[in-house]
Design a protein around this ligand. Structure first.
Ligand SMILES: Cc1cc2nc3c(=O)[nH]c(=O)nc-3n(C[C@H](O)[C@H](O)[C@H](O)COP(=O)(O)OP(=O)(O)OC[C@H]3O[C@@H](n4cnc5c(N)ncnc54)[C@H](O)[C@@H]3O)c2cc1C
Length: 511
């Protein structure tokens, strides 16, 4: 490392990382100055993160003849695809045509605008949606094994108006299998070199901000300095970093369900290089999870069925104040999720009585009424008591309000007029023992992201790109492609597509 590099590193490590308008400091530990070994090669592209976005970027760049260094913190390639459900969405695919489904990117785009209430980054969504079919076709033609009945309209999130939602038979792993298979020839050719168990630590920049490479640190502490014409940050989100999650999203990180290597390193490096973060206003949480226990974060152990199209509710949902906050049988999953955002600690309790336990279809899919009883003894989030007062006190709900809420609901069952307009009211909640199940809202993805332009170049707040620096995947922020909503498949498909487009055409490799 020469003297200039040393000075540059020292300057960068002293820098404060700023969010958004530049007022709030991100609580990311400032990186220390690193004594680096310089590698002799100058790479056409360094990809930080061998996951959903990084792998296609490396594959397609290599096919163009680029020399690519792929830096991966984990011991294996695949990133969040190890954990993801793997839902993708694409319009105009070959599979759709084979199945006689007429669909267009414009219809997909219109659906996303409708579902997200126009809260997405329209340019990024256009780039994703108009190129999604080519991405999906490429996966499919290279061995992606799809559930035979797919595509579907989707049910877990607000449904699409057409059948354009695809899952692999082995969830995210079905996608990973194709990507890992496709990168092997590029590695064998010698175009792609992979550094496993190696973390990207700092970007190297010239005084004018041009990115010239990257400093990495191996598991053994060895530090290396790599020169490159372009650096792509594809290091995923920060959803496995509870402190950063809280700081950037403004909500507690409740569920331990995200890829552990996704710690927000790309956010930190991107900001340090001159980029900025945005999108906090798009945070949204899911609706029906039951956690293992009250610790934070905790594991999700099961789900209650809150989908009225699959099971009409017999119970009521109350917040910690003992008040209802949503019409339990409202058909829109988006409406239920938005209602939960206003509840303390994103938490609610499902309340029912003995008769409902015995007569209602199972609130946990596949469970018998006896299993609810067993759960009271074995699961920390299930409660049973002879009176509503006692139930409230055990579960941590405001007792007087709960009694009043149940009485009002029961009155609505008698009169037929529910305060929330609920239609399905099969019976009142009248006689003990009474039950409560504590349900937690949570998010497994990172809402806030690094701002980029429509060519996926990291941009400064004045709109100018940081030369030679690109970003893709969850690092852009879930809210950019899904808005303040959950639009099916609109994280994995854009991550794959942006990676592919960067490798295929957006990145420039000339000297
Ligand atoms: C449980 C779960 C279910 C999901 N289901 C869906 C779904 O069905 N549909 C959908 O669209 N989205 C889904 N998502 C979201 C989606 O999977 C992710 O947004 C997407 O896979 C992220 O892709 P990525 O390339 O940005 O990050 P990743 O695929 O996570 O790749 C990032 C890579 O960067 C590496 N890395 C991190 N920091 C460094 C560093 N400093 N140096 C080197 N390497 C580093 C990581 O190890 C990782 O391999 C789900 C997410 C979760 C957690």
């Amino acid at each position: 490392m020469n003297k200039n590099d040393e000075r540059r590193l020292q300057r960068m490590s002293k820098r404060q990382f700023l969010i958004g308008a530049g007022s709030a400091a991100v609580g990311l530990a400032a990186t220390r100055s690193l004594a680096a070994k310089t590698t002799s090669k100058r790479w056409d592209l360094i990809v930080v993160g061998g996951g959903t976005a990084g792998l296609p970027a490396a594959i397609f760049a290599s096919r163009r003849g680029a020399r690519v260094l792929l830096v991966e913190a984990a011991p294996e390639l695949g990133g969040t695809l190890f954990l993801a459900t793997g839902q993708m969405s694409a319009a105009g695919t070959k599979v759709q045509r084979l199945k006689g489904i007429k669909d267009t990117p414009q219809e997909h785009f219109d659906d996303i605008i409708r579902i997200s209430k126009n809260t997405v980054d329209r340019d990024l969504v256009k780039l994703a949606v108009w190129n999604a079919a080519d991405t999906f076709d490429w996966l499919w033609e290279n061995g992606f094994e799809m559930i035979p009945e797919h595509p579907v309209a989707g049910r877990a999130h607000e449904p699409y108006s057409n059948l354009r939602y695809y899952w692999g038979v082995d969830r995210g792993m079905s996608i990973r299998d194709v990507l890992v298979h496709e990168i092997q020839p590029e590695i064998k050719k010698g175009n792609v070199s992979v550094l496993y168990r190696t973390k990207a630590k700092e970007l190297l920049q010239q005084t004018d901000g041009t990115v010239t490479g990257l400093i990495t640190e191996g598991e053994d502490g060895s530090v290396a300095h790599h020169d490159a014409r372009n650096v792509l940050l594809a290091s995923g989100g920060y959803a496995a970093n509870p402190e950063l999650f809280k700081e950037l999203n403004g909500y507690t990180h409740y569920a331990r369900k995200s890829y552990p290597f996704c710690q927000g390193d790309g956010h930190r490096m991107g900001v340090a290089a001159g980029g900025y973060l945005h999108g906090k206003q798009n945070y949204l949480s899911s609706f029906g999870a039951v956690m293992a226990n009250a610790s934070v974060p905790s594991d999700v152990i099961l789900r209650v069925n809150t989908y009225p199209e699959r099971r009409q509710p017999w119970e009521i949902y109350v917040n910690s104040n003992g008040r209802r906050f949503v019409r339990e049988d409202i058909p829109s999953v988006d409406a239920r999720e938005h209602a939960l955002l206003d509840q303390a600690e994103l938490r609610y309790w499902v309340i029912f009585d003995e008769a409902i336990r015995n007569e209602a279809p199972p609130i946990v899919d596949g469970w018998s009424p006896e299993e609810i009883l067993e759960a009271v003894d074995t699961h920390a989030m299930f409660y049973r008591a002879d009176t509503l007062q006692e139930l409230a006190s055990n579960a941590g709900i405001e007792a007087e309000n709960l009694a009043r809420t149940v009485a009002r609901y029961n009155q609505g069952v008698l009169t037929g007029h529910d305060l929330f307009g609920r239609e399905h009211k099969p019976r009142s909640i009248a006689e003990g023992p009474f039950y409560a199940i504590r349900v937690q809202g949570y998010s497994v993805t990172s809402t806030v992201g690094l701002a980029v332009d429509a060519e996926l170049r990291v941009v400064r707040e004045d709109g100018n790109p940081v030369p030679n620096l690109y970003a893709a995947g969850e690092l852009l922020g879930a809210g950019q492609t899904m808005g303040r909503a959950a639009c099916g498949g609109m994280m994995i498909t854009p991550a794959l597509t942006f990676g592919r487009l960067l490798g295929e055409r957006l990145l420039r490799f000339e000297t």
